[in-house]
Structure formats: structure tokens, C-alpha cells
Design a protein around this ligand. Structure first.
Ligand SMILES: [Zn+2]
Length: 138
């Protein structure tokens, strides 16, 4: 199921909408404020893939570059997207980090996020590769 990002004119925020059907793509509304005035944002995250494919396609340098300017708002935005896309595949908690950051808690994990993301990614890729080999060997 594709997740698309939109800039919402209603609450002036960037939001994500998970589409379960083509009809829902035609009638997208903001999950926060309900506004239908959404402008689609093209994103490096916004494609539906399997967990292993997602991990293969991650451009770690682009992700680290996205984290580099390092203010809280941009981190929260990044963590929200990374959580939606990778929490399940990587067993990470970026969604939670996004919420903590938005709540003003400024979690310490924010400062090392580029490095720990790369670390989690490498583990995730190894795990996916082992699972693939196990499946083929069976
Ligand atoms: Zn809105």
C-alpha cells in the first residue's frame, strides 16, 4: 500500500496518507485536520515495496544528508518518514522518536541518528539476506 506525502493547506504541515485503494487516492484528506487541500510531495520514501527491497534501495548518504542540518523540526520530519517506511523492517522506533521530538523532549538519539540509522540498516540487510538464503536452501 503506497504512502504518499502531502503539503496540507489546512494545517500548513506535511502529512502522510496511507492509501488502501485507488478511490482513497482520489479523495485524499489530511489525517490531522481533514482538509482536502493537499498537494502531493514527491519523496524518496513514497513507494510500496517489500521489506527487503526497501532496505536494498535505501540511499544512506541521502538519508544522512537529510539529517545533517540537524534542527529539531527537520529531525522530527525525517524520523516520522523513516518510521513509517522502516520501523517495521528494521525493528527501530523512529516513529516514537518523532513524537518525542515534536513533544519537545529532544531525545538524545537525535544527535547520532545518521550513524545509528546506517547501523540499523546494515543489520536489517544482513537479516534479510539470511532469510532469503534460508528460504532458498529449504
Ligand atoms: Zn491538515
Amino acid at each position: 500500500m503506497p504512502i504518499y506525502q502531502y503539503d496540507c493547506a489546512g494545517c500548513a504541515d506535511r502529512v502522510e496518507v496511507l492509501h488502501r485503494s485507488a478511490a482513497s487516492m482520489d479523495n485524499a484528506s489530511c489525517p490531522r485536520c481533514g482538509s482536502a487541500e493537499l498537494t502531493r510531495v514527491m519523496s524518496m520514501f513514497a513507494r510500496a515495496r517489500t521489506g527487503a527491497q526497501r532496505l536494498e534501495e535505501v540511499d544512506i548518504e541521502a538519508q544522512q544528508a537529510a539529517l545533517q542540518d540537524g534542527d529539531e523540526r527537520s529531525f522530527a520530519r525525517w524520523a516520522r518518514r523513516a518510521g513509517a517506511e522502516y520501523d517495521e523492517a528494521l525493528g527501530t522506533n523512529y516513529r516514537e522518536l518523532a513524537e518525542q521530538t515534536e513533544a519537545g523532549e529532544d531525545p538524545v538519539d537525535r544527535f547520532d541518528a545518521g550513524h545509528s540509522f546506517e547501523h540499523n540498516l546494515q543489520h536489517g540487510r544482513m537479516r534479510a539476506e539470511r532469510e532469503r538464503q534460508a528460504k532458498e536452501g529449504a
